[in-house]
Design a protein around this ligand. Structure first.
Ligand code: ATP
Length: 198
């Protein structure tokens, strides 16, 4: 089975938690490819601590250098709201024979029904979810059963999550604390050299 894992996120910035779950999923799903797809967020919607799309994309590229992962600028190039349903439609057109596996952490997974055209998402991709808290797996199970009743195909992976978030990285930068344990070295350097998140 030709599986392509798709990992969407704001990646503001990408961190070791993202890389960890991508690695684990790639192994467990035996995915041929893993695509990181940073969302576009229009400039007028930018929260004060949201880095420009080009910087978030570049940090993903730096983090994925020397790994089996790829970075796609599909959503950033498309502009406008980054609807996963539209991204999956575009990828299905590009890779009609592949099984698309959409990777998501607990927090995003538990909101899936509220996303734009969830039925399109369920019909195009296998949803692959991982916990992000100590009691996460139980919550994932209950929600997966609910989505399955709506026709979704869900795979839950009991991956040891790393307690890292982009929020933690941005807070550490603001407080002049080291971020070397949270992000790859090249990402830390990029943040420093470009004065992001201060
Ligand atoms: P923020 O702190 O700014 O909200 P974030 O750390 O949640 O950011 P996102 O880019 O919003 O990062 O997340 C993209 C995807 O990665 C989401 O599906 C999210 O659940 C998942 N994810 C992020 N961090 C982890 C982690 N440490 N373990 C498991 N999944 C994660």
């Amino acid at each position: 089975m030709n599986r392509i894992a798709i990992f969407g996120g704001t990646f503001n910035p990408i961190h070791n938690g993202h890389l960890h779950i991508a690695q684990q999923f790639q192994k467990q799903l035996r995915a041929q490819r893993v695509l990181f797809i940073p969302t576009f967020v229009p400039p007028h919607k930018r929260a004060p601590d949201l880095a420009p799309a080009e910087d978030r994309l570049e940090m993903c590229r730096l983090a994925c250098e020397g790994t089996p992962f790829e970075v796609s600028d599909l959503e950033i190039r498309r502009g406008g709201p980054s609807y996963t349903a539209e991204t999956l439609l575009a990828l299905k057109r590009e890779y009609p024979d592949a099984e698309l596996c959409f990777l998501t952490g607990e927090d995003m997974f538990l909101t899936l029904e509220t996303w734009y055209k969830p039925d399109v998402i369920y019909s195009l991709a296998t949803i692959c979810a991982a916990p992000r808290s100590t009691d996460g797996l139980e919550k994932l199970r209950a929600y997966a059963e609910k989505l399955a009743r709506h026709g979704a195909k869900v795979i839950l992976q009991n991956i040891d999550y790393l307690p890292v978030s982009s929020t933690m990285v941005r807070e550490a930068v603001r407080q002049n604390r080291a971020i070397d344990a949270l992000v790859p070295a090249e990402v830390a350097r990029y943040i420093r050299e470009n004065g992001l998140y201060h």
